[in-house]
Design a protein around this ligand. Structure first.
Ligand code: NAD
Length: 419
């Protein structure tokens, strides 16, 4: 797999993170070799009839990184810059994420190279259904379970579930998570990633002696994760001073009215141009003076070239891979606490696990039950990572990797080498 320019070398970054933790853990060379590669990769090219009668061919991927701890699990991304390297890196991060929060899954990820903003609903549905049929040979409730990621949502998950079920001849809700509640989704799944991220911020703030009421937060990315995180922070009395989506950012020193921003985004398609706010670029908001920074958009946002200008005290990675290893070093020296993606945004996969369990058992929980279980797991995972960090004298990312790698490598060792 070559390193592509468009994804900023995320696969190389994921492998460097693995190497750093593997060195510290003293992981044997064989296990390291295995974990650097995905176990299974499926690349598909498939035709779709567009609304104007043209035929267009799309490329998609499903990458399964590791099954040592159970079936693989991970989101599905629709984005013009999706590459095989990016999907592979994301699948590796899913393996560590499931291990760090101790749910019985391995890691996977999928993506289709497309611009969903330029597709009609009909085109999006046909693309989703055909892609599901193409990857149908390797997904399933006991094999690999997709979920939403960037520019996919509960409706897309409903089409996946329906297509997979139609092909098999009976309803199989547990093939996918993040479904609408009306057809087997879980209460609390939509908000789970952002909510879980804020639980980790609460846990970190308690350790750092940071008062959340009145603290200032900046949230980059205003989709599923960013919106839920911003709302949960605001409920704790945190002032959201800046937000950004793919069109740009907005800043208001006295805090933004989230309901008004949401209404503005609904009307105009973006947070930009919100009356009473100052315009800024999406990268400029990262450098604002604040207590809490929540990158919730894409990879490679905090890098060697801008990390020195970050003024937040605490960074909670709602997005996957927003901070490069060079930036990690700079932030560590500056004394900035980074709650790593594989812990901070694990709330989504935790509630996906609950949804999968509920789907298999055909027995559904209340939102209170889901949130209480989510809280319990997030805090237990945070505690393990934090005590590892204290014991090892390292940053939280390294600590989270140490916890995850130990669990994955132990499972691999117990299963043994086949044949
Ligand atoms: P989404 O499609 O719902 O939202 C993405 C948001 O990012 C949108 O507001 C979009 O406008 C914005 N965006 C895109 N490019 C941007 C840029 N350059 N600058 C600023 N904003 C930009 O996607 P999501 O599900 O919220 O995913 C966001 C991140 O969280 C991704 O890294 C994803 O992998 C990660 N994540 C998502 C989940 C989940 O449950 N959805 C779980 C774990 C991690």
């Amino acid at each position: 797999m070559s390193q592509s320019v468009s994804d900023g070398g995320v696969l190389e970054m994921a492998r460097r993170q693995l190497d750093q933790a593997a060195d510290r853990l003293g992981l044997d060379e064989g296990a390291r070799k295995v974990l650097k590669q995905p176990q299974r990769v499926l690349m598909v090219s498939f035709p779709i009839k567009m609304d104007d009668g043209r035929m267009e061919v799309f490329t998609g991927y499903r990458v399964q990184h590791n099954f040592a701890r159970g079936p693989s699990k991970g989101g599905l991304r629709y984005h013009p810059l999706v590459t095989l390297d990016e999907v592979t890196a994301l699948s590796m991060w899913m393996t560590w994420k499931c291990a760090v929060v101790d749910i019985p899954f391995g890691g996977a990820k999928g993506g289709v190279v497309c611009n969903p903003k330029e597709l009609s609903v009909g085109e999006l549905e046909r693309l989703t259904r055909r892609f599901t049929s193409e990857i149908g040979i390797i997904i399933g409730p006991e094999k690999d379970i997709p979920a939403p990621d960037v520019y996919t949502n509960p409706q897309v998950m409903a089409w996946i579930m329906d297509t997979f079920s139609m092909n098999k001849g009976y309803s199989i809700p547990a093939v996918v998570t993040g479904k609408p509640i009306e057809m087997g989704g879980s209460h609390g799944r939509l908000e789970a990633t952002g909510r879980g991220c804020v639980y980790t911020i609460q846990d970190a703030a308690a350790r750092l002696g940071m008062e959340l009421k009145g603290a200032r937060a900046v949230v980059q990315g205003f989709g599923n994760v960013g919106q839920a995180a911003a709302k949960a922070l605001a409920e704790l009395g945190v002032k959201i001073i800046a937000l950004a989506d793919s069109n740009g950012g907005i800043f208001a020193i006295d805090g933004l009215d989230l309901a008004a921003v949401l209404a503005h985004k609904d009307q105009t398609g973006s947070v930009t141009g919100m009356p009473g706010t100052e315009s800024m670029s999406s990268s400029e908001i990262l450098e604002l003076e604040c207590e809490i920074l929540v990158p919730s958009a894409l990879e490679n946002q905090i890098r060697g070239d801008n990390a020195g200008r970050i003024r937040a005290k605490l960074i909670a990675e709602g997005a996957n891979g927003p901070t490069t290893p060079e930036a990690d070093e700079i932030l560590l020296k500056k004394g900035v606490t980074v709650i790593p993606d594989i812990l901070a945004n694990a709330g989504g996969v935790i509630v996906s696990y609950f949804e999968w369990v509920q789907g298999i058992q055909h027995f559904f929980w209340t939102e209170e039950e889901v949130n209480a279980q989510l809280r319990r797991r997030m805090t237990a995972s945070f505690d393990v990572v934090y005590s590892t960090k204290e014991r090892e004298g390292c940053d939280m990312r390294t600590a989270a990797y140490l916890v995850a790698l130990k669990r994955v490598s132990e499972a691999m060792q117990l299963r043994g080498l086949y044949p």
